[in-house]
Write a protein that binds this ligand. Sequence first.
Ligand code: MEV
Length: 307
Amino acid sequence: MTKASAPGKVILLGEHAAVYGRPALAAPVQAVRAHAEVLPLDEDRVKVEAHEVGVDTYLDEMPDTHPLGKAIRLSIKEAQASGGFQVSVASDIPPASGLGSSAAVSVAIIRAVCEHFEHELGADRVAQMAFEVEMLHHGDPSGIDNTVVAFEIPVLFVKGEEPRPLGVTGRFQFVIGDTGEPSPTKELVTMLRGRWAGDTEFVDALFDSIGELTNQAAACIGRGEIGNLGPLMNHDQTLLETLGVSSPSLDRLIRAARDAGALGAKLSGAGGGGIMIALVDDSSLEAVDTALREAGAVRTIQTEIGQ
Ligand code: MEV
């Protein structure tokens, strides 16, 4: 049996603008992971099990557009795998929440199948393959999710360019709050595409400002300036609200985090629901975590970058 896994991800700054070539910052979230197992099978078919999403079938019965089927077919082609085997998938990353569940599932499958057939893969190839699956899920993704999940390091991401490792001085701690409401990435990216087409100058100016904040945030993180990062996150949230991708439940959690002492807070991922992220220090971490739960977060996750 061969097992592989991949972490969740969180976008620190730059979501949506990333689709339009502006920089974005993202980090792996090791506390939640997707898992895939490959087992030998006594028949010449590929069996696929993902009980959490009601999948218990054979690959040859899955349509080309099924993301799990696509990830397995790409892996078989890549590893030149043959014969029958079973792929089982499980994940503790809440789906459609902004935590990169789809990318993590794809990366776990690709790693497990390729490793099972002794085909070595670099993180860049894993990311490319997972991107092909992301296109089925999200329509017009920037590639940030599959990149950070495959490389498992904080990155400064620009669409179409090699991801740059994000330099981190010191330790930056975050609490993620989940509204429990779905964050429909494809719908929100499509909605913004419509707004951008209708008023390109205005929306491009917002994306430019988000890109500028993201570059400033990368510099702060590189220099260990935790106090300066919070206001940049708050400003990014204001721009995301102007773009129309926040929601009442996100706004409520963001307010609760700030009131409880977070240094900054914003939505993370596509928005509309899903998760928000709060920057905290040792003195505010537990208060912010508690405040988020009291304000309705269905779960909180503590994560950090640096050391
Ligand atoms: C989704 O995690 C981030 C978005 O910017 C979409 C993308 O970059 O593909 C909303």
